[in-house]
Design a protein around this ligand. Structure first.
Ligand SMILES: NC(=O)c1ccc[n+]([C@@H]2O[C@H](COP(=O)([O-])OP(=O)(O)OC[C@H]3O[C@@H](n4cnc5c(N)ncnc54)[C@H](OP(=O)(O)O)[C@@H]3O)[C@@H](O)[C@H]2O)c1
Length: 263
């Protein structure tokens, strides 16, 4: 399956790297287009065998899936540029642009065709290590097209097809959520240093603890509170720590932060 990726920045680059390293898609199936020659050259050096372009129209030729990894404000001009060259019956269009709805994309393409498979995809930066949580929604695209698009992002982590109305929540939880998880790691590191640990060791220990928490939840299917109950001896130190965190607004901060980042 030929895939064209338009935009060689954080997201486009991560998709190219992830797909080039995955099984089932060969580098020759990947076409990357970005305006600066040095951007595409650097990715071609990292991922030998991919095709690179600085002309978006040339990059989409023969691609079954066209992934638009450009900033939201650049998307209209890129769609305008490539739309006359898209074979809408056979090529699916996937936008990563945050906040641009399927209806917005449909409007942008109205002049060209009404019969088109449009997708919005929200991945996160862990795509570059094959561990993204990626959300997909579409405008009633056929099952075959959906399978193709999901199949691409399954190679870069976990994928869920959701209703478009939930894309804002999904973005806050998992795309912005990467930053929130990082902030927990930073906060825990700061606490650990105050308690006398060196930061690099603290980081190692925190990551191992988080991995353990994830493994426990995945292995047991338990609610987090069930696992918390196992650690909170009455009168013990863990409940004192948890209650102190809550007194400083832990849960409220997380909930309000998610709500603030949901659009
Ligand atoms: N970063 C995230 O965590 C995240 C998560 C989910 C979704 N998204 C979405 O993903 C999209 C890309 O974000 P990003 O972080 O990858 O942005 P980025 O790093 O700025 O990458 C955008 C790329 O598009 C290229 N570009 C600019 N104009 C172009 C054109 N006319 N044709 C082709 N390529 C063009 C840029 O090239 P130059 O640098 O040479 O201008 C750059 O390589 C955004 O719409 C964003 O909303 C981002």
């Amino acid at each position: 399956m030929k895939i064209a990726i338009i935009g060689g920045g954080n997201m486009g680059g991560a998709i190219v790297r992830g797909l080039a390293a995955s099984t089932g898609i060969t580098p020759a199936d990947i076409a990357l287009s970005s305006p600066r020659q040095n951007t595409v050259d650097a990715l071609a050096e990292e991922c030998p065998g991919i095709s690179t372009f600085t002309d978006n129209k040339a990059a989409i030729k023969d691609a079954e899936v066209i992934i638009l990894a450009v900033k939201p404000w650049v998307l209209p001009s890129v769609l305008d540029e490539i739309a006359p060259y898209i074979a809408f019956r056979s090529q699916s269009i996937v936008s990563l642009a945050a906040g641009i709805s399927l209806d917005d994309m449909s409007d942008m393409l109205r002049r060209y065709s009404t019969d088109r498979s449009l997708f919005r995809v929200i991945p996160n930066t862990a795509m570059s290590v094959g561990e993204s949580m990626t959300f997909v929604c579409h405008n009633d695209a056929g099952a075959e097209c959906v399978d193709k698009v999901v199949g691409i992002f399954d190679r870069l982590g976990a994928t869920a097809v959701i209703e478009e109305r939930l894309m804002g929540a999904a973005t806050a939880l998992c795309s912005c959520g990467i930053a929130y998880a990082m902030r927990y790691v930073r906060a825990a590191t700061e606490g650990a240093v105050e308690l006398g640990l060196y930061p690099d060791k603290a980081r190692e220990y925190i990551l191992a603890t988080l991995k353990g928490a994830v493994a426990l939840l995945e292995a047991t299917g338990n609610n987090p509170e069930t696992e918390i109950d196992k650690v909170t001896t009455p009168g013990g130190i863990t409940i004192k720590g948890l209650n102190t965190m809550e007194a400083h607004g832990f849960t409220t901060s997380v909930v309000e932060g998610l709500k603030a980042s949901c659009r």
